[in-house]
Design a binder for this molecule. Structure first.
Ligand code: B3K
Ligand code: ZN
Length: 877
């Protein structure tokens, strides 16, 4: 397969202004008559043949300006259709073709799953429905008529407003939809099937009444209330914070059980993986509720950042994704706790994006080449992309950022834009120069910032020396210095912030201050510092970098106890714990005695006893760095067993030292009465369950009994899952009994069964791999359903470091086997799963060899999809 490069972009030879689709649906043949209003692109004159994309279609007829064309006027091949000798001016082109929704297991294009016809067009699925210039810079107005047997598909949906519907002969019926907003083909959607509907309404700031609808499988109507509420809050928030109103009279969400990703922002008709819509206290956890809120908002926010203003080409993906993730993060921060949200987002960035950026799959936020675009819906494009927008926000400040965004919306509304357009609008609207900042978009890799601070007693100055380097990444051996905003504070002896007076800058009233590191090395000075301070650097994680400094354990302990910046307070706890843990990991390998961490435990005790802290923040403060995070911190020759044992031992040691505190916090954070999914109640459950986990880590019988009791009496899924997690990951007699009870209660609920699969796949106990193999034969499991694959195989491969990396390589071979089987069914899901191998070079030599062998075996297979081929070859490097 040949890579596509950004530098080769050129405008299309033709524009398409209107698309009329007439879709006649049956499970095994969907017939599509498509009429396109085509016009030559004046800037590319003289083209007399029109090339349209089309894949897996059976072409029946072609008409040009109403006249049927003979086969000598067009040519078909496996990637499309060329019409020869087209007129010099505008013309209409009609094609009639067929596809087979029931046979479509790749879940891109038009597919039938669980009895529902559904489409997924982003990035290049529309060409599997009909012939089209399937590229985002071609924007057209769509009219869609759907016809189907009424008994099979009583509900017929497409983008925009329903303009006509009616009954036909033979039990058939139709509906016609019209979307007045020009859009690229990837935002097209169609859904048909037997669906229940929950309705509500929203009045926009300018008084438009919007009909809100959530469509679900009949029987699930009682699980939509939270998603609907989140949608209304998102609509109001976007008006208030970004001045953006909804623009159609109807907004629909459809939840389906077979979906390749989380959700899709099709104009006026968002389609969701039902995992991110359906929630009831007894079936969904607090995390599920939070994800629903965030994803409903994310897809809604795309209406402006993605749909009204779309991407010129797929290299610009971060233009809509990074920006929209930033917007949904801000929404969640406003709805819940800003501090906790920042911690969660950085945790996510570090576990998923940093390894990507530091491994063979590293690519810039705006990639410059791809083989398969679906492989680029990555943590780098999404999460690092959001960090770049956040840095711009930090550099501009709220007010100027809003001015820049307003200009972006007015300048580019209705158009397909680029990253340059975005940066120019932000810069023009704010008056802030972003020319050096732009490097962040095309330079891959996580920059490393080194900080060294010194207090100069004689001058009463604090001198901070900063330097930056960015390690080489594939195709980018040399890096230019970046514009890095770094928020800092200085803490006095008592732990309070000192006023900051930068020399050559303006004093910060708040005690926090953002400096711009733009050179490879730079020195910053602060005056009137009368005693030796402890610096708090990169507060709020103002840049996606790895920071190292000359701070030691004592300073981390101090910051963990006192920092007024909640993010850095958490960061200090992580650093402190990580120092102890990496020491203990090394000790374990060398037969030395690990430290008990009494100093760390002492601060945890204070934090647990501080009534002024929100419970969720406390929970975050006391969770130790994950095994994957420790592996990253070690970076090479990683020994997963030593990491697991050291971490478990430290958990147990903390639990022994603080048992009474954990027990008290467990008892005090009960949430009696009616379950509420709000952040406050969820925070209490989170802290309580974190304490339960610690207590159980001691292995004490009373702790296990407490977990068992919680499992037996829980009236909500959060507490039930937390208790089951403890039991399922502990070698105790209650384990199997609890897993069975949970299974028997929920075996008919596909979303809850996914939790049951995932819990077993992430167990650190030996025998996990054979259990996972067994579970693949469970009636609720299917390789055809992406959620099942992610729950069972995906969580084994990406969330069970200990068992995936068994020293004999059996975990690798198992996952590779599934990747190859899946590649025939659903290449996107297969390629995603293969991502589990991306950090293979950081492990010790025996495991590295196994992983290399496994990857080579995959590459040697004939007939790999582009998706898997690209990931496998790039991972091998
Ligand atoms: N835009 C979609 C993702 C499409 C993925 C295509 N492989 C969902 C989102 O980011 O909102
Ligand atoms: Zn998105």
């Amino acid at each position: 397969p040949r890579p596509i490069a950004l530098k080769d972009y050129s405008e299309p030879d033709f524009w398409i202004d209107e698309v009329h689709l007439d879709v006649d649906l049956a499970p095994e043949t969907a017939q599509v008559r498509s009429t396109l209003a085509v016009r030559p692109n004046a800037s590319r004159p003289g083209k007399d043949s029109l090339r349209l994309d089309g894949e897996g279609l059976e072409l029946l007829e072609v008409h040009l300006n109403g006249e049927k064309l003979g086969p000598n006027r067009y040519q078909e091949d496996e990637s499309g259709l060329t019409i020869m000798e087209v007129p010099a001016g505008a013309f209409t082109l009609t094609t009639v073709s067929r596809c087979n929704p029931a046979a479509n297991t790749a879940l891109t294009g038009l597919y039938l799953a669980g009895g529902i016809f559904c489409t997924q067009c982003e990035a290049e699925g529309f060409r599997r429905i009909t012939y089209m210039l399937d590229r985002p810079d071609v924007m057209a107005v769509y009219r869609t008529r759907i016809t189907a047997e009424k008994a099979l598909a009583p509900v017929l949906l497409a983008n925009g407003n329903c303009v006509e519907s009616g009954v036909l002969e033979d039990g058939r019926h139709f509906a016609e939809w019209h979307d007045p907003y020009p859009k690229p083909s990837y935002l097209f959607a169609l859904v048909a099937g037997d669906l229940g509907c929950v309705r509500d309404a929203f009045t926009t700031a300018s008084g438009r009444e919007v009909d809100l609808r959530i469509y679900v499988e009949p029987g699930n109507e009682d699980r939509c209330a939270y998603a609907m509420d989140a949608l209304k809050r998102a609509m109001a928030w976007d008006e208030k914070v970004f001045g953006r109103e909804y623009d159609l009279d109807i907004f629909m969400i459809v939840a389906v059980s077979a979906f390749n990703m989380g959700a899709m922002e099709n104009k006026g008709l968002n389609i969701f993986n039902d995992k991110y819509i359906l929630a009831r206290p007894d079936t969904a956890t607090d995390l599920d509720f939070a994800n629903i809120e965030a994803i409903v908002a994310h897809e809604y926010f795309h209406n402006w950042t993605g749909n009204r203003i779309t991407c010129r080409d797929w290299f610009q993906l971060c233009l809509k994704e990074g920006l929209t993730v930033f917007r949904d993060q801000e929404f969640t921060a406003d709805m819940r706790s800003r501090a906790v949200k920042r911690i969660a987002d950085v945790r996510m960035l570090r576990t998923h994006q940093f390894p990507e950026d530091g491994g063979p799959l590293a690519h810039p936020v705006r990639p410059d080449a791809y083989i398969e675009i679906n492989n680029f819906y990555t943590a780098t494009v999404y999460e690092k992309g959001a960090e770049l927008v956040r840095m711009i926000y930090t550099l501009l400040g709220a007010e100027k950022f809003r001015k820049g965004m307003d200009l972006y919306f007015t300048r580019h509304d209705g158009r397909a834009a680029t990253v340059e357009d975005f940066l120019e609008a932000l810069s023009d609207g704010s008056g802030v120069d972003l020319s050096q900042f732009k490097r962040w978009y095309h330079q891959a890799g996580t920059p490393e910032v080194m900080a060294s601070g010194k207090w100069d007693g004689a001058q009463q100055e604090y001198v901070l020396q900063l330097s930056q380097v960015c390690p080489p990444t594939p195709g980018q051996p040399h890096k230019e210095p970046l514009h890095i905003p770094i928020e800092i504070g200085l803490l006095g002896e008592d732990g309070a912030d000192l006023p900051l007076s930068p020399i050559g800058g303006t004093a910060a009233a708040s005690g926090a201050h953002v400096i711009s590191l733009t050179k490879r090395e730079q020195t910053f000075r602060f005056k009137n510092v009368t005693a030796k301070p402890v610096p708090s650097l990169l507060r709020g994680f103002t840049a996606p970098v790895k920071l190292s400094s000359n701070l030691g354990e004592r300073e981390w302990a101090f910051l963990m106890a006192h920092d007024s910046d909640p993010f850095n307070r958490w960061e200090a706890a992580q650093k402190y714990a990580s120092m102890i843990l990496t020491g203990n990991i090394a000790a374990l390998s060398n037969g030395k005695i690990p430290r008990a961490g009494t100093g760390f435990a002492g601060i945890v005790r204070k934090i647990l006893n501080d009534p002024g802290l929100e419970p969720e923040f406390v929970a975050q403060m006391i969770v130790l760095p994950a095994e994957q995070t420790l592996a990253q911190a070690i970076g090479q020759d990683v020994d997963v067993e030593a990491i697991h044992s050291a971490r478990e031992a430290f958990r147990a040691s903390l639990a022994e030292q603080l048992y009474a505190e954990f027990e008290r916090a467990y008892n005090e954070n009960e949430t009696p009465g009616t379950y509420s999914p709000d952040a406050e109640a969820a925070g209490k459950r989170s802290l309580r369950n974190t304490c339960l986990g610690y207590m159980a880590a001691t292995g004490r019988a009373d702790a296990i009994a407490l977990a068992k009791n919680q499992f037996d009496t829980a009236d909500n899924m959060t507490d039930s899952m937390a208790a089951l997690g403890v039991l399922a990951h502990t070698d105790c007699p209650e384990r199997e009994e609890a897993l069975r009870a949970f299974h028997d209660r929920w075996k008919d609920d596909h979303l809850v069964m996914d939790k049951w699969f995932a819990l077993q796949a992430t167990s650190p106990l030996p025998g996990t791999l054979s259990r996972v193999r067994e579970l693949m034969a469970h009636p609720a499991f299917s390789l055809r359903n992406p959620n099942k694959v992610r729950a069972l195989i995906g969580s084994f491969a990406t969330a069970n470091q200990l068992r995936f990396h068994e020293s004999g390589g059996e975990g690798y071979r198992f996952v590779a086997e599934q990747v190859l089987a899946l590649d025939k069914i659903n290449p996107q899901v297969a390629a995603r799963l293969l991502g589990a191998f991306k950090s293979w070079r950081q492990f010790e030599p025996v495991r590295q060899a196994h992983m290399r062998e496994t990857l080579e075996r995959i590459v040697s297979q004939a007939e790999l999809s582009r998706d898997v081929y690209e990931i496998a070859t790039k991972t091998l490097g």
